[in-house]
Design a protein around this ligand. Sequence first.
Ligand code: GUN
Length: 300
Amino acid sequence: MTATILDGKAFAAGIRTQVAANVERLKTENGITPGLAVVLVGEDPASQVYVRSKGKQTVEVGMNSYEHKLDVETPEADLLALIEQLNADPAVHGILVQLPLPSHLNEDLVINSIDPAKDVDGFHISNVGLLGTGQKSMVPCTPLGCLMMLREHHGSLSGLDAVVVGRSNIVGKPMAQLLLGDSCTVTIAHSRTKDLPDVVRRADIVIAAVGRPQMVPGDWIKPGATVIDVGINRIPAPEKGEGKTRLVGDVDFDTAVEVAGAITPVPGGVGPMTIACLLANTVTACCRANGLAEPEGLTA
Ligand code: GUN
């Protein structure tokens, strides 16, 4: 059996089309243009790529993009002052501070200084608490993208056994909350989990979010299970030439695709969904800020 490939690239394009239609409606019917502010401190190359991509896609769906690039040595007080200014700016509906931050900055303090209503990453402790108690919140983008793909493939997730491998605040923990919200039986596994292969083998849904290249092989997968690979790891690819690299996930795709019922590829699976969900969250935040009905299908 070969698994169905869950095409995140196509799915994300569909989300962006819906976002663009909603942006157009907000402009023409309400005279409002949603705006997303992205703050980057320092010059981490991977972060620069993400931020550029976010800015480009924000403009492509018709929203305003505000980029703030700060020096790597920016004092914490200056960053907090910028966030305060963005919190107060009515043209800004979403604020994202790119992580990781340089080590002299307190990430928790910075994230929790963002107005929770504009926290389109869903990382503020208020949003974490709202999600954990099943209340309306801003939902972290990558887990939201995974949930959308799972719902599209399965319809109802009710009663399914889900194993989330990885316990990060950005993916693992919010992913587990979302799956619980959809009535899955959820296990969170991690590097200290005993008998990890056996735990993963019980799952109808596997979410791999550990950041270790090809760590989950096909023989850990229950036949027919749905595998969502959140990992994006760059590894050497000598077969492509000296010094060349390629992207792989946390799942060993070549063996897993033979066992799974459905699987996301890397690249082209979960990756494109993250920015699409960021744009969706910005539209949702804009509607909420203006007391307007929020679009269907763009949040959890
Ligand atoms: N760095 C890696 N992933 C993310 C994300 O989803 N949001 C932010 N703000 N930074 C990140």
